[in-house]
Write a protein that binds this ligand. Structure first.
Ligand code: SAM
Length: 328
């Protein structure tokens, strides 16, 4: 049900279908016998599509042609209803590879947010794996559940969703991978270290340089983790038309940074890294910045978190990543 179901063969009643008009505008509909899709370009009868192969063209009563395709997960992700800011697809792709999410893996994720990352993780671990998502906001958890169940056509057998704070609720052990997408992932590192198997991996997705610095330094200072690696990914699409072959004028400027670190075996002492910090890297300015960041984190502590989470991250969310119903 979670793999090929609903993804091959002629369109049937109940299929989710994406209609693209000549200007590239997309509309997602659910096919129903006798149903119709209305826009200012007229009406398309669902019955004209039911029984037709994917990739068919349907015409509205005013003659507008729509290409009909089942949405890819990337299309679904960008068009689904949002609560919290999602992991942008270019970054989700990086997580799959760099965090080495494999079929059958046992993965913990927090926060579930809108369920975008849950969908990618579930697809990678498959029905034999496990994704346990934690989300402390009930309203967001509800959206995440709806988005996952809509995409997979019902409850996914490998998915558990717990409403609550990861630090208080994490009840998994023998975990292969942990993915943290939240304002203060460093607050979860102790719980995460307890859940991961030796050699397991934690991957954090953070929006700002101050968060990046904080989480890397906390990982470095925790002897249970090996030296973290950090990066961001820039994606530049191209305009290709005859001799006009050039990068597109617009691109997504910034989404977030990724950090990964591996869990060491208990009781080992990691060999000293031969890394010479730049002069002053940990000097007075660093201490002052850390103190300011600590104060900031305290201000964003649980009581204030629900409002802060969306607002802080919305500040860096690319316009293109915003869904039509995002409440940020
Ligand atoms: C940016 S959103 C996550 C989006 C999600 N990765 C997606 O792709 O849809 C961050 C979420 O983390 C949740 N959160 C923050 N700290 C948490 C914690 N300690 N435990 C559980 N959820 C947490 C917030 O409520 C928020 O919904």
């Amino acid at each position: 049900m979670t793999g090929i179901h609903g993804r091959r063969g002629p369109f049937t009643d109940g299929d989710t279908v994406q209609l693209t008009d000549p200007k590239g505008r997309m509309h997602t509909i659910t096919l129903r016998e006798g149903g119709s899709f209305h826009s200012h370009k007229g009406k398309v009868e669902h019955d004209d599509l039911i029984g037709e192969p994917e990739g068919s063209v349907a015409r509205s009563n005013t003659g507008t042609a729509y290409v009909a395709l089942r949405p890819l997960l990337i299309d679904y992700t960008l068009s689904m209803k949002r609560g919290a800011t999602i992991v942008y697809p270019k970054d989700a792709a990086q997580v799959m590879v760099e965090a080495d999410i494999f079929p059958g893996a046992r993965v913990v994720e927090a926060g579930a947010g809108s369920g975008a990352m849950s969908n990618w993780l579930l697809r990678a671990v498959g029905e034999q794996g496990m994704v346990h998502s934690y989300e402390r906001r009930e309203d967001f958890a509800k959206i995440a559940r709806k988005n996952v169940e809509t995409f997979y056509g019902g409850p996914h057998p490998a998915w558990k969703l717990t409403v609550g704070d990861l630090v208080e609720e994490l009840d998994e052990t023998d975990v292969d991978r942990v993915f943290l997408d939240m304002l203060a992932p460093w607050e979860c590192l102790d719980a995460v270290a307890g859940a991961l198997i030796p050699g397991g991996l934690v991957c954090c997705y953070v929006a700002t340089t101050t968060q990046l610095s904080r989480v890397v330094e906390e990982l470095r200072g925790d002897e249970r983790f090996y030296e973290p690696r950090s990066w961001e990914t820039m994606l530049r699409t191209w305009h290709v038309e005859g001799l006009a072959v050039r990068p597109d004028h617009r691109m997504i400027g910034h989404t977030g940074f990724l950090v990964v670190a591996r869990r060491l075996a208990d009781g080992v002492e990691a060999p000293e890294r031969r890394r010479r910090p730049a002069k002053g890297a940990y000097g007075k300015d660093y201490e002052a910045a850390k103190a300011a960041s600590d104060a900031g984190a305290r201000a964003a502590a649980p009581a204030a978190a629900p409002a802060t989470e969306s607002t802080a991250e919305a500040a860096v969310e690319p316009a293109a990543a915003k869904g039509p119903e995002s409440d940020e």
